[in-house]
Design a binder for this molecule. Structure first.
Ligand code: SF4
Length: 89
């Protein structure tokens, strides 16, 4: 998906708007870095505004997907455990 982002141009030492092909989560992360934290990416993980709607997505990760992944991992472990116990005489 095409997004317009501001990027620091070292040659001209100015911010310029460029169009890039990135995911929505990545564009949120770049918004946090360039619009909110003035280009300092190391400050984004320590953001102190949990009420911001972008807060859960600021690290380019969707927490809902991670919860689902953890749920699937636990279910798979339970199924494998069940089958391991069934094989024993
Ligand atoms: S999540 Fe934090 S860093 Fe990102 S836009 Fe909101 S306040 Fe700024």
């Amino acid at each position: 998906m095409k997004h317009q982002i501001k990027r620091w141009n070292k040659a001209t030492k100015t911010k310029e708007i460029v169009e890039v092909d990135i995911t929505a989560l990545k564009s949120i992360h770049l918004f946090c870095v360039h619009e909110c934290m003035d280009g300092q990416s190391r400050l984004v993980p320590g953001c102190t505004d949990p009420h911001c709607p972008l807060f859960p997505y600021r690290l380019s990760k969707n927490p809902e997907i991670q919860k689902d992944t953890e749920r699937v991992r636990k279910a798979t472990a339970r199924i494998m455990d069940y089958h391991r116990k069934r094989k024993k005489p």
